[in-house]
Design a protein around this ligand. Structure first.
Ligand code: LMR
Length: 349
């Protein structure tokens, strides 16, 4: 009897051990907390950019992070580095290739040294509306620019908006094209932007975004062009008393990853990332318009900012004065799709 009892109790111990083992395995495969995914199983995407968090780009990157981490059950982690905390304009492009960051969203102008054709987006008064921007960005010309970037190893996943640029400076109000001529403007690295300012007799200096505030404050440059969102969030108005609401140029971003890095991601994860980014892009574009409007109202309330609005006649004077920028761009670009797009635009005027 004792032997039978002993066998019975060792059988129940075995059963209990098996049960514990089973429940432990079940726990490790069912993820209830993101931290339970081991570092080796995680895909980490370090996302670096130069603006602050409370901007269209910043808020969209946070939304992207939240959705991706939820949808992947924590298998993908997106780490956000705003405000150039990691890298400044040119550095982030190099670091993306070196693999120190996996995602960036530079202003399109900043890609001009890699693919000069992207400067199409820099042409003054090219777009009538935001809708006009989207049909270019999401149409065949946008795809063509993505293809040219891919040839250089950069995979563009989306086009995010900031909005239309206005002119600010510390010296005097700018109404007529002739008002530009005694001023030095900070520009992003784009020859088209340089030509635009040269067309109205102004001098330009390329300054990275993280140095812009101080360079304006110290008077190294007297003016710059930017969206209301950037002027407001980087507090550029503290040294830039005069703002002309010209909406003459467009500022948008290409969301980029390194082509090689992208191809190492499993197809189902890639699909989830692409779809999520598409959804975030639609959201970001609406947000950018709303934020620029709201922040313009806030700037209008400030006593230290003097705002000049342009009427129709002045805008067409500006457009005419900038015309040589188009001639120059056409002489540089040989891509048929881009040339046809510009010719078509010309006939719509
Ligand atoms: C700038 O350099 O002025 C902007 O491109 C910054 C940004 O990313 O919006």
């Amino acid at each position: 009897l004792n032997r039978r009892q002993a066998a019975k109790s060792s059988f129940s111990r075995l059963l209990a051990a098996l049960l514990i083992l089973f429940s432990l395995t079940a726990c490790t495969t069912r993820v209830t907390d993101y931290d339970q995914v081991g570092p080796k199983d995680k895909l980490i995407i370090r996302f670096s950019f130069v603006t602050g968090e409370d901007t269209p780009k910043g808020l969209a990157s946070i939304r992207f992070k939240e959705l991706v981490e939820k949808r992947s059950n924590g298998k993908v982690e997106v780490q956000i580095f705003p405000n150039s905390t990691l890298y400044s304009d040119a550095q982030e492009l190099d670091e993306l290739k070196l693999g120190d960051v996996q995602m960036i969203a530079p202003a399109i102008s900043k890609l001009s040294e890699i693919v000069p054709e992207v400067q199409l987006f820099d042409l003054p008064f090219l777009f009538q509306s935001q809708q006009d921007v989207w049909s270019l960005a999401d149409g065949p010309v946008g795809q063509e620019l993505f293809r040219l970037l891919e040839k250089k190893g950069y995979k563009a996943l989306a086009v995010w908006d900031n909005g239309f640029k206005d002119i600010t400076n510390s010296r005097h109000s700018i109404k007529e094209p002739s008002d530009f001529s005694d001023l030095t403007f900070r520009i992003m690295p784009s020859e088209t932007l340089q030509k635009q300012f040269e067309a109205v007799g102004a001098t330009t200096v390329v300054v990275p975004f993280d140095e812009l505030y101080f360079s304006l404050e110290k008077g190294q440059v007297e003016g710059e062009e930017n969206t209301i969102s950037n002027i407001y969030n980087k507090k550029l108005y503290t040294s830039q008393r005069f703002l002309t609401k010209s909406d003459h140029g467009y500022l948008g971003y290409f969301v980029l990853v390194d082509q090689k890095f992208w191809s190492t991601i499993p197809p189902d994860t890639r699909k989830m990332l692409t779809e999520t980014l598409q959804e975030v892009t639609d959201w970001e574009r609406q947000l950018a318009m709303k934020k620029n409007e709201q922040e313009f109202e806030l700037l209008q309330q400030r006593k230290d900012v003097q705002i000049t609005m342009l009427d129709k006649r002045q805008k067409s004077q500006w457009r005419e004065s900038f015309q040589s920028t188009y001639t120059w761009f056409m002489s540089q670009v040989h891509d048929d799709l881009i040339r046809d797009y510009l010719k078509q635009k010309e006939t719509q005027k």
